[in-house]
Ligand binder design. Structure first.
Ligand code: Q46
Ligand code: ZN
Ligand code: ZN
Length: 313
């Protein structure tokens, strides 16, 4: 496969975009697209200060890299969670985040939960008995709280996270499966700041597939932590991602369509359609007498009528 821009050997083929690119053009394409999404969803302006939530993984480090390459004022925030069972997850992810910051001359704020609050995340989880035995509920709560606190206290205009399309589609899928309409309504590439003290949250990578971000990190030579947090294993989010991956294999572009159609429906106010269905007036089909919203014959009768026309031809 050849690069669409220069004809050299392609490094990545994105079936859903029908686009193949070589390394050089791919590394230009990702920031160009990111810039387009930042503008399209009005995430932030050039003169605003951005705080990037950095975990040491490929998405957040790539996001920081892209924003720095695009010339935005982007500092990093690393939260030391104290999850060091087995693979030294927190220790290693902090080391890689700091290494990235030092090599790129970027500023990284580090907040150590244990130093700040006396207990790390696994310890807080045992004490609070929240959730399903995993520390994730406590961890999520602490991360949201601390990110917001730092963004607000240090005067950042927006807090950027590295959520990619696979993350967003999995969240949307989970919320739809459980019909959590409040969460569905709140999901967005940008959440504006609220007067009661929540800072603006933005997700500039929300339209890139996970594999596209992996390719970006590898081709850019970004050293990131490959392992997931040990508590992620067997989570619902992973189950939803695997399910969507199966769908994507059978129907390339399914995840992107799912997410973009959701955003479109939300924008046009058509997310929950009961309202519209109620407003649609039903009348009796002149042929069978059953209620229908179709202008004349009901859909069934139209189908039968069509079949009858064909058989008499
Ligand atoms: S919530 Fe749970 Fe993650 Fe926190 S404890 Fe690990 S898996 S890091 S995204
Ligand atoms: Zn090329
Ligand atoms: Zn509080």
């Amino acid at each position: 496969m050849k690069c669409r821009k220069c004809g050299n050997k392609a490094s990545i083929h994105m079936r859903q975009h029908k686009l193949a690119l070589c390394k050089e053009h791919y590394l230009d394409w990702i920031p160009e697209q990111t810039e387009r999404f930042i503008k399209k969803y009005q995430m932030f302006a050039r003169d605003e200060k951005i705080l990037v939530a950095v975990s040491g993984g490929k998405d957040s480090l790539s996001l920081w890299d892209i924003l720095a390459r695009l010339g935005y004022q982007a500092d990093g925030l690393y939260l030391a969670l104290g999850i060091d069972e087995g693979i030294n997850y927190s220790h290693e992810s902090q080391r890689l985040s700091q290494k990235f910051a030092d090599e790129h001359n970027l500023k990284l704020h580090v907040v150590d939960i244990e130093k700040e609050y006396g207990k790390n995340i696994p310890q807080l989880a045992v004490i609070s008995h929240r959730g399903d035995g995993r520390p994730c509920a406590v961890c999520g709560l602490a991360k949201r709280h601390e990110m917001n606190r730092i963004a607000r206290d240090l005067g950042y205009d927006a807090l950027a996270t590295g959520h990619n399309l696979d993350d967003e589609a999995a969240v949307l899928f989970g919320n739809t499966l459980n019909w959590l309409s409040e969460y569905i309504l709140r999901q967005s590439p940008v959440l504006p700041a609220s007067s009661d003290g929540l800072s603006r949250k933005v997700k500039p990578l929300c339209r890139f597939y996970e594999r596209e971000m992996t390719a970006y990190a590898i081709l850019r030579g970004i050293e990131y932590i490959y392992e997931e947090c040990p508590f992620a294993t067997g989570s619902q989010a992973i189950l939803y991602k695997e399910t969507l991956n199966q769908l994507e294999t059978a129907r390339p572009g399914a995840k992107l369509t799912f997410f973009l159609n959701f955003l479109e429906a939300k924008k046009s106010g058509n997310l929950f359609v009961e309202k519209n269905v109620e407003m649609q007036r039903l009348h009796s089909c002149p042929r069978c007498g059953q209620p229908t919203s179709a202008p004349e014959l009901c859909s069934f009768c139209r189908m039968i009528q069509k079949a009858e026309t064909i058989s008499t031809m």
